[in-house]
Design a protein around this ligand. Structure first.
Ligand code: MLT
Length: 409
């Protein structure tokens, strides 16, 4: 076959694969070193009992011809779509109906798969730094152009997040058709305020763009002044798709379940400028290419909307947030500038004397046995920074920060 050369244009490996490979190399050369993982945002607390019980029940149903289930609806079971519509939207005053919610096997897949429904020549805009899946999948879909010496793709529009704008990116001057935004942000941990999010919604309306709003970390927000959903901004249902995940909120990184909201009010333009329903396009894509998330996993996800499920989520998130606060405090004591770590599991940091992300990654790994994620891996504007996660256990987090406190920067 002939290769899809969009793939061959990409750097050799995905950021988190590269980080994992370097940790493996370090362990091979230093078998005695016990590395504390603070790089990838993988959770460590166990799954809530009510979720396990619901999954057991779902599995047991497979044992009888009466309750057995084969293929489920590609869009997800009604019981979960209804629980999400009520629990995450209607109860918060947002009118999102079950048929606007599509259950997935996680946010990452949908973030990539959405590229199927945009026109191939769409201009993509991203915040820099940003979750690498946005840029990588734009390039895979032929929307990146070429990688320039500056480390940026010449067809992608970048909105920088910098200390000057408080890591809250503003809409660019250039036109874009598809905009990826993330709040609470991965990697910076910073959240959008309502006013700035409004500016993005206005930009999307003006440019006839769609915003893909990654709110995988929304459950970390507990300040009512901070938006948890883009649909809190009037008019956003006409311009935004929202993507959420149970991974970080309920420990589903290994179980795999998330959802994507595609409002019926959202329209794309067709060949002759006519309106095309994006909900219908996405439904068509999903029914052809996806057979739905696993039934027992969806049973487990639905249990998260019970009072026990809600309490379990809060308990886990409180632990991760307390870890993040601790990391932030200890990094500051060690002379780092820090951002995020408040409505987020992520702390974004920079040391004035150590301004090469990969060199700082290597130093922490070698001298403290701590792995972090180098900020440059999230984009050019992430150069010089590192990201640490609060997803390890409180004990390991404290040990990691004790080790960090002994490093000479
Ligand atoms: C991260 O560490 O940024 C995330 O865990 C990666 C992911 O969710 O795929």
């Amino acid at each position: 076959m002939k290769a899809n050369t969009n793939f061959t244009k990409l750097p050799q490996s995905y950021l988190f694969s590269e980080v994992a490979a370097r940790i493996r190399d370090h362990k091979e050369s230093n078998p005695e070193s016990e590395v504390i993982r603070m790089d990838i945002g993988d959770v460590t607390l166990p799954i809530a009992r009510c979720v396990l019980d619901a999954m057991h029940k779902g599995i047991e149903e497979m044992a009888s011809t009466v309750t057995f289930r084969g293929y489920g609806p590609e869009q997800g079971y009604a019981f979960l779509r209804e629980a999400i519509s009520e629990g995450d939207y209607k109860s918060r005053g947002l009118d999102i109906s079950p048929d606007e919610i599509f259950i997935s096997d996680g946010a990452k897949s949908d973030l990539g798969n959405l590229g199927d429904i945009y026109s191939p020549d769409s201009v993509v805009a991203v915040a820099d730094p940003g979750y690498p899946v946005y840029v990588d999948t734009a390039v895979m879909g032929g929307r990146g152009g070429d990688l320039t010496e500056s480390g940026r793709w010449n067809k992608i529009v970048y909105a920088d997040s910098t200390p000057e704008n408080g890591f809250v990116p503003r809409p660019p001057k250039e036109h874009a058709d598809v905009v990826y935004l993330c709040s609470p942000n991965n990697p910076t941990g910073v959240v959008f305020d309502r006013e700035t999010l409004k500016e993005w919604v206005e930009y999307a309306r003006r440019e006839k763009a769609v915003i893909v709003y990654d709110s995988a970390y929304e459950a970390f927000v507990d300040d009512p002044a901070v938006p948890r959903s883009i649909y809190e901004i009037p008019g956003a249902q006409e311009v935004a798709i929202e993507i959420r995940s149970f991974s970080k909120t309920a420990g589903f990184t290994g179980l795999r379940c998330g959802y994507t909201v595609v409002p019926k009010a959202l329209k794309a333009s067709g060949e002759n400028g006519e309106e095309v329903s994006v909900n219908r396009l996405w439904n068509r894509r999903q029914s052809t290419k996806f057979n739905g998330a696993s039934y027992p996993i969806q049973c487990g996800a639905a249990a998260l909307y019970s009072p026990e499920g809600r309490a379990a989520i809060k308990e886990n998130i409180d632990v991760y947030k307390s870890n993040a606060r601790y990391i932030k405090k200890k990094l500051s004591e060690a002379g780092f500038e820090t951002y995020g770590g408040e409505h987020s599991p992520y702390v974004w940091a920079r040391h004035p004397e150590q301004t090469d992300s990969w060199a700082l990654f290597a130093k922490l790994l070698k001298e403290a046995g701590i792995s972090c994620t180098p900020g440059i891996g999230f984009g050019r504007a992430g150069g010089g920074y590192i990201r640490l996660t609060g997803f390890n256990t409180p004990e390991k987090t404290r040990e990691a920060m004790d080790r960090l406190g002994k490093v000479d920067f």
